[in-house]
Structures are given as C-alpha cells and as structure tokens.
Unconditional design. Structure first.
Lengths: 440, 586
C-alpha cells in the first residue's frame, strides 16, 4: 500500500456510520482502497460526486475533518515463495515479527476459472480419520465444511487434517479466531515441523470484524498463485465462515440494505459461492481444496448460513459427541462427501464402498435398536449384537482420534463385521466376502 | 430503438450502475461501459428521467463515475444457427471452449458459432413460394438432427422466395436464400439469425394442450406423475436430496431430440461432470453420443450474478429455436432459486420495496411468464414441436413455504417433492410419492394417450398404487405408536405392501446400468407384477413371518430390476417369486 504519485487527498466527510464514511471526491473507482484517518477503507458506492467508503476497522473516533487519501487500486496481496511459514493479518502485514514479504502484487478477489478449463477432481486426500477417509472421502479440488457446534473441537480436527494431508501448501484463513485458537494453530504448525509449507492470514476476535471480509480473498488469491502458477496442491482452511457471514451482515446493514432470511444480506449465496468456488482441479495438476468451518447454533442447519453453505459446498462433515463411546465422532448419517465416488474403489481398495455402506447400515440398525430399548420394547439377539458393534465402530473408526491408513480402516471394519455379524447380515457382495472376510 | 444514445457513469453500487443519458434508451437495452481498455456489457433495468440504471454482466471493479457508456439500440440477443448443439456457453452465449487461458477475462466476448465450418445444405423451399417467419427454407445435418434453416423470426408479414441456394456446402454466413417482401425489396437470409432472449418466439400456428407424456425412464416420474411432452415441472428439495442426480438422469434418458441444460448459479464441478461424462455416454433412444444433442449454458455460482438471470433466458430461446424446427426439446434449469436470488440482489440495489423474504414483488409473475414459454406447438406447416421445461428449486432451509417454491407451484404443472426423510433413508430418487403430483394425469387427452400407449385403465392403476402407499404410511404410524404386537397382522400386511411398491417400483438405482433406465413397457410390467402381489390375499402366522416373507419378495423383485428385462436371469427370479407367493397364498 505504498503511496502513489497520483494520490488524492480530501479532508471533509459528509456522513459517518459505524462502518462507512461518505465524502465528496473525484475519480474514485469501484473497489478502490483508501486510507481514512490512517485506517484502510474501500470504495463500496459512488453516487454523483459522493463516494461511500467501508472502513475495515470501524469508524470509532473518526472526525468529520479526517484526512482521506485514495490509493488508486483495489486490495492486493504480494505473492512469492517468501510467504511460506509466515503469519499475516487481514491486510497482508506480518504479525509474526518477521520482515515484509517481497513479491508480485496481485489484486485479491480476481476472476473465476473458466468452467470448461476445470478438470474432474480425482485425487484422494487422506486424513487418517476414518470418519472422513472411509465414509466421506475428500478429493483434491473439493470444498467441504465442518458443521459443528461452537463447543466442539473443530479447529483441532482441522489442524490434524491439515498436517496429515499430502499437499504442497496449507493456507489458513482465520476469521474471528480467539487469540487462544490462533496460538493453538501457530503452536501446532510449529511443533509439527512443517512450518515452511504453511501460510496464515489471521483476524482474531481482538480485531475489528469487518476486516475479516478480506481474509478469504487474501488466502485464496495466495492459493491461486501456488496452484495455478506453480502447479502445487494447495489446501485452504477457512475458520470460521459463520463469523465471516456475520461481518457481511454488519456491512450490508450499515449500508441500509434490506435483509433477507436471518438478517443476512440477499447476496449471501453469491458472496459465499465466490469464495468456495475457488476450489478447483486445474488441468496443469495444481489444485485448491477448501476445508472450512461453519459453526452452528445448537445444530440448526436451516439457518441461512449453513443452509446456503450446504447448497454451495460438496458435502459437509458433522461433528457429534457420541455418548456410547465417549468420543467426538464424525456423524456418519448427516455427513456427506459428494465427490467420494470419484475415488472410492478407484484410488482405494475395491471393497471400499461396500464396506462403507455396510458399516453405516449396521450402525443405523444399532440406532434403531437403541430407540427400541429407550421405548421399553424387548431387544432381539441381533439388536444386542448391533449395540455392541456400534460402540466398537464408534471407538475404532468414527472417532476423530483415529489415525490409520485406509487399508487399515477397511481391515478394521471387516474385523468388526466378523466379530458381531454373520456374512449374510452384512449384505456385502459374495465375491468380496470370499476375499476379505476375517474368520470363518 | 434506432438512434444510439451515449451516457456517462454517475453512480456505482456493486454491479448496479447509474448512467446519465443524452438520448432515448429502451428498457432492457444493452450498453457497453468503457473501463480502461475493456468494455463491459450491461443491460438497462430502470429509467428515471435522465438517469438509466443498468446491471453490469461483469465485475465493476475499477469503474469510475464519468466513464463513457455507449448504448447499442438493441436488447440482449443471442445468435441462432447450426452448431449450437454440443456447445458450452456462458449465460450471454459466449463460447467457453474457445476462450483463452484458465481464468475468465473480464470483457472477453467470444463468437457462439463456428463461422468457418461448412454444412451440407439441402433446399426445402423453391422460388415463388410464399413464406412467413419460421417457415423452413432449407436443412442442414447437425449431428443426426435435421436442422432447419428458417425465415428469421423477426420477419413480419409475407415474403416471396426469390431464390434458394442449391444443394451444397456452405458456412453459416453464406446467403442461402433471397426473399422479396411485400414492397418488392429483396432480403438476404443466411443460416444464422439473432433473437432477443427475453422475448418469446411465437412464430407458430397454435399452442394446444399437451396430449402425450415424455418418457424419462424414471419410474416414479413416468408412471406415478408423468410429465407431458411440452409440459412443465419442478423439483424442489433441500441440499443432499439428489436433485442434481435426478436431473442428470432425466437429461441422459429424456425422450427428446434436443436437451439444453442451464447450470444456473450452481457448482462448477457439476458442469465439469456433465461435459466429462456426456461425450462418453450413449443416448438410449438413438444410440448416438449424448453430447451431440446437448447444449450447456453455464453460469456457475461464482460467475457474475446478472448474467445468471440471462442464462435461463438464453437457454429457453435456444429451445424455442429448435422447437420451430419441429423437434422435441427438453430444458433443464438447475436451479431457478439462484435466478430468483439474482433478481433479489438487483431489486435490493435498486432500493425497491421488497416482497416476502426480500424477493421482488413481481417474482411470481416473472416465474410464471417464463414457464409459459414452454409448451407443445403446432407449426405453420402443421408439424409438432415441443419445449418441456423442468426446473429445480432450492428452498431455503428445505422449507417449501418460501416465495420461490410457492410462485413456481402456481406456474408448473408437475411437482416432484424431494424429501429429506427419504434421502436420509437412502430411498432414491427421494421423490415423495404422496405429495408429488402431475396435473397432466387429469387431462382427458393424456389419459387417452396412456390408455392407448400403455394399457386401458392405466391411470386408475396408478391411483390404486398411490393408495396402497398412502395406506401403508398410516399403518406404519399405528405400528410405531402401538408396537408390533399391538396391532392386527393386517396392519403389517398393509405396511409391507406399501414397502413393496416403494422398494421395487419407486426406488431406482441411478448408478446401475440396467436399473437406471426403465422404459415404459417395463414399467407397466413391473407395476402390474407388484400390484398383483398387493392384491393377493396372503396368509401369515404372525407379523414376523409377514415381515420376513415380504423382505424376501422385495429382495427377489429388486434383483429383477437389476437384470436385463425378460432375460434368463430375470425369468429365473420370476419363477422364484411365483413359487414363494404360491407357498403363502391361499
């Protein structure tokens, strides 16, 4: 954001709201950045000779005679290999005490990939977590959020996934992270010894909420540099998208826009889609995969934020505390990866999809047995076996603490099937039973 | 709209731009705004005194007050001609396959048609013929389809054919006919013409009620709630209920000559799936590659919002063009909710007073006039053509009481309600058999068609099957409340008969090569088979026996669904089934 020769300076504000200022100015271009009283702002509206600026850090204390200078360009990020291992704020300034980054300046929020130039995602991203790899396999180029209540350990799971995933770069976009969570991410990345492949853009709760709006574009423009220019496999982590959407609603409210469902702006779908659709498999081999977090209010997925997200993303992963096993598990019923069939049985063992389906179906039978038990009906022998299986299945496969290879997950499932069920009860194709059944 | 006006930008809010104009402009007129060295296309949506408000089809980043605007004197038009099929366009009919680079470039507009390609032309009209708009002058082969070269739809009144090109190879810009109008002026006709997308093409003789059904190979649609050829339908459903899979199944198997798929504000990877898989897949009706009869209009969710609205109109116009050739077209739009949301965004920026859920108040009329463009028509030469339209709706929170679903319900004649509960139980397609409906079943013309094409009394059989499903649901509620032992066995029997219809007829495996496509003849056979079992008086000692027997029956009939119709395998399952029923029957 260096000063430019053609910088224009004004000192008379006409109107101030909590997030915007309006002034008379010439030649302001849409999306252009400006500095208002030392704070970064962006042109969001022009009308006649008036220009409205959204001030990212809020307008507290800005006087009507504040100095406003226009910078002549939209928000940018400097991209180069020097980004690796560094932590930045929403404006791309280092927050880790290191030096400024040098590199090519790129506008953030750039154009989309021509849909015709995309390729069908086909590379598996193993995470070691069976609730994901076995039941909801993630594919490079996919976009998938965790739907979780605020008390669940979604950031820990995401850090685990990131560190185990076989990718070239991991880019963290943290929006409204508590300082503790920011330090947690920093500590886990540092102690894993993989800092050189991680880049973080972080807005903490201590910083103004509107600044968050820059984070996803910062992270994804950086991701595009590594994926499209350097053909790398990039994994982008966005947490928490609910707080991002909240910031959107603050701005639209200050701009007197008519809210739609749940006080969200009418453009929420497009705003979220612009971010998530950056996930892509490129023909050159580079890819951007997005794993996000959308926190829920008491599990309510009909709220506008998770609802719109569900229509945009390719599935969702639900975290749930399981009372039988005492573990946090990936809920096999409500979770879904829409792209799993692109790799299951193709990049993994032939029995993958059958074992997955049988495992989940038997787990569903256990839930039915549980309902029967709660309603005071008698349980059959099959019901008892289902219940015992469910506990084992949740502990050894669904738990987020699991970290094994996909072949081991399949073998574990076969072992559980043989322990509790007959061959016929699993409903698996005979040919696979003959080959993989453990026991008699 | 003769003189071209110009103007300058005076206000910008996102993609809504206010332009001060120096001359006349028309509603929906196109203009180009100059930003640096690119020109951005925009459309007039509101005029107030000297100010026109335009929606820009691209990102407005970097636009300034004072930037120059040139009006075009015409509305948003698309180019119609041979070569539309197997193309992949954006919402403004730019050919996405000829664009350079991985990223879309703002202000890059590409030609929708290949101007060099030569087409084998055969004349159909001769000198001296009297013709009017949409009359056929000649024909070229587009894939296996006869693509008619017509008198342009914009020609008014009667013309006399002066000459028609002789049989031979021509490119699309070659003059293939010369017509003389009433005043004696000669007009050249090439293979292409332009048409404004927001205006319906009405160059046909009449639009009667649809009188036959369009087969989709999906049992729950064709048998339970069939859609008419030239009919309209919509599929609402929460995310994860299989909307897209069902639409793709219809696109693959629909009994139509031309399929236009409008990916409107949906995931780009779904479009990738279509153009990756369709070129490999074979059309079950003609044996040709599916892509040869398919046009994709693609404005994915991250592409500019204003062009999203244009995309559904572009798709409809292409369908109407092929309908005028006497072809059967099927338009699939996924999803019309995204289009409605695009309208909402603009209405919001225009600061219009909002209707329900902040949607524009005229949403309902916009949706119904769009659905009204579908239909079966009788052309001037007496031939039939049809546009069948199926749209999906993505109701917010899965709640069907929202403005887009309600408005669409008033406009569309078929309703395929996808149900979360069925999807959770993996009962696909998750179409609710009770809530869904097809108004076409009430048409005497359609009933007559079904009586002749399938069998006498088919509609009453469908009603009987629906009744069994309904009664089964009621019985199931009772069983759940009172417990397995608390109800008479007949309740269990009623419930399991409905499960039989559900598992063996309504559910269908869209990923199985045989089960995914069930021709109407096979549907008739299977429904009769299942209904016969339902009408049998079976004897069971207790509810366990009832359940086990039906589970066995269901298993056998499902195996039949997975087997080649009337093959050895199929028949052996049938024998097994008959034996089982005989053992239990009295």
């Amino acid at each position: 954001m260096a000063n430019k020769a053609y910088q224009r300076v004004y000192t008379q504000l006409d109107a101030i709201t909590k997030a915007t200022v309006t002034l008379k100015a010439k030649n302001a271009s849409n999306d252009e950045l400006a500095v208002v009283d030392g704070r970064l702002a962006q042109v969001v509206k022009t009308k006649g000779d008036k220009v409205t600026l959204q001030v990212f850090s809020g307008t507290e204390g800005i006087p009507t005679n504040a100095e406003v200078s226009f910078l002549g360009e939209p928000p940018t990020v400097k991209v180069s290999d020097q980004l690796s291992g560094r932590f930045f704020n929403a404006y791309g300034k280092p927050i880790d005490g290191g030096p400024e980054v040098e590199g090519e300046t790129r506008q953030i929020g750039g154009p989309s990939v021509n849909p015709f130039r995309r390729r069908q995602p086909s590379q598996l991203i193993p995470t070691g977590i069976a609730g994901i790899d076995l039941n909801n396999t993630i594919v490079s180029g996919q976009k998938i959020p965790f739907f979780a209540d605020p008390d669940q350990p979604y950031n820990q799971v995401m850090a685990d996934v990131a560190l185990r995933a076989d990718v070239d770069k991991i880019i963290l976009g943290g929006m409204g992270l508590t300082n503790d969570d920011y330090l947690f991410f920093r500590h886990s990345f540092e102690s894993a010894g993989v800092l050189d492949k991680i880049i973080s853009f972080v807005n903490t709760t201590e910083e103004p909420p509107v600044e968050r709006l820059l984070i996803p574009d910062m992270a994804l423009t950086t991701a595009e540099y590594f994926a499209a220019d350097l053909n790398q496999k990039v994994l982008v982590l966005l947490t928490d998208m609910t707080l991002y959407a909240d910031a959107l609603s603050i701005v639209s409210n200050r701009m007197d826009q008519i809210p739609s469902k749940d006080s969200m702006p009418g453009s929420l779908y497009s705003d979220l889609a612009k971010i998530y659709e950056k996930a892509v498999q490129l023909p050159s081999g580079g890819s951007i995969t997005i794993i996000a977090v959308t926190t829920l209010n008491d599990g309510d997925i009909t709220h506008a934020i998770p609802d719109n997200t569900g229509y945009i993303t390719e599935g969702q992963l639900f975290l749930r505390a399981d009372s039988d096993s005492g573990k946090v598990i990936i809920d096999p019923f409500r979770s879904l990866s829409r792209l799993k069939q692109l790799v299951q049985g193709k990049k993994t063992r032939e029995d993958h999809s059958q074992v997955m389906n049988a495992g989940v179906r038997l787990y569903a039978d256990a839930q039915n047995a549980k309902t029967k038990l709660e309603n005071g009906f008698d349980l059959s022998d099959y019901d008892h076996r289902c219940l015992a299986y469910a506990k084992d299945y949740a502990t050894r496969l669904l738990s987020i603490e699991v970290n094994i290879s996909i072949d081991e997950m399949l073998d574990t499932a076969w072992e559980l099937f043989a322990k509790y069920f007959t061959k016929a009860e699993t409903g698996i194709k005979q040919a696979l039973i003959d080959k993989y059944w453990k026991g008699n | 709209m003769n003189s071209k006006s110009t103007g300058i930008v005076t206000g910008i809010v996102s993609n809504l731009v206010t332009v001060q104009i120096d001359g006349p402009v028309a509603e929906n007129e196109l203009c180009f705004i100059t930003v640096g060295d690119t020109k951005l296309m925009a459309e007039v949506i509101k005029v107030n005194g000297k100010n026109a408000q335009v929606q820009v089809f691209e990102s407005t980043r970097g636009l300034k007050n004072g930037d120059a605007v040139e009006f075009e004197g015409k509305m948003l038009e698309i180019t119609l001609g041979p070569g539309l099929l197997s193309s992949i366009y954006d919402g403004l009919q730019n050919d996405l396959t000829t664009m350079e680079g991985v990223f879309l470039k703002r202000g890059e507009y590409t030609d929708p048609l290949n101007r060099e390609k030569l087409w084998d032309f055969t004349p159909l009209a001769k000198a001296g013929d009297k013709v009017a708009a949409a009359d056929w002058l000649g024909e070229v082969r587009e894939g296996w389809l006869p693509h008619k070269i017509m008198v342009p739809f914009s020609f008014k009144g009667e013309y006399t054919v002066k000459s028609v090109a002789s049989e031979g190879q021509y490119n699309v810009d070659a003059v293939v006919a010369v017509l003389t109008d009433a005043e004696g002026n000669d007009v050249n006709v090439t293979m292409t013409q332009k048409w404004p997308v927001k205006v319906a093409i009405k160059s046909y003789k009449e639009k009667p009620r649809p009188d036959k059904i369009m087969e989709t190979g999906v049992r729950v649609i064709d048998s339970f709630d069939p859609i008419a050829e030239g009919g309209t339908g919509f599929i609402p459903g929460p995310f994860g209920c299989g909307k897209t899979v069902l639409q793709h199944a219809i696109a693959k198997q629909g009994e139509a000559d031309v399929i236009v798929m409008a990916a409107c504000g949906e995931r780009a990877n779904e479009v990738v799936e279509i153009f990756t898989e369709f070129p490999e897949l074979i059309d079950p009706h003609t044996g040709r590659h599916l892509m040869e009869r398919t046009t994709i209009i693609c404005n994915t969710s991250n592409m500019p919002v204003a062009a999203r609205e244009a995309s559904v109109y572009t798709a409809m116009t292409i369908c109407e063009y092929y309908r005028a050739m006497g072809l059967r077209c099927l338009l699939l739009a996924d999803s019309t909710s995204r289009w409605a949301q695009a309208l909402r965004e603009m209405s919001n920026r225009l600061e219009e007073l909002p209707g329900a859920d902040a949607f524009p108040v005229d949403l309902s009329s916009i949706i119904s006039s769009f659905y009204a463009r579908a239909g079966m028509v009788i052309l001037n030469n007496g031939k039939r053509g049809a546009v069948t339209f199926i749209g999906t709706v993505s109701p917010a929170g899965g709640n069907l009481k929202e403005p887009v679903t309600e408005s669409t319900k008033k406009a569309a004649r078929c309703f395929y309600a996808l149900e979360q509960n069925r999807a959770d139980q993996k009962r696909y397609p998750a179409v609710n058999p009770i809530d869904s409906y097809s108004k076409y079943l009430e048409y005497p013309e359609v009933q007559k068609f079904l009586n002749e094409k399938i069998e006498e009394g088919w509609v009453s059989k469908i009603q009987a099957a629906k009744n069994i499903v309904r009664r089964g649901r009621e019985a199931n509620d009772q069983i759940n409340i009172l417990g397995d032992d608390g109800v008479p066995i007949s309740y269990h029997e009623t419930f399991w008969k409905s499960e039989l219809i559900d598992f063996c007829f309504l559910q269908q495996d869209a990923f199985d090569p045989i089960d995914s496509l069930c021709p109407i003849g096979r549907q008739k056979y299977m429904l009769n088979l299942v209904l016969d079992i339902c009408n049998k008086d079976l004897k069971f000692a207790d509810y366990e026996e009832c359940r086990n027997t039906f589970k066995e029956i269901i298993n056998i009939v499902r195996q039949m669904n997975y087997s080649e119709f009337k093959s050895e395998n199929f028949n052996s399952y049938l024998d097994k089934l008959n034996k089982l029923i005989d053992e239990n029957g009295k």
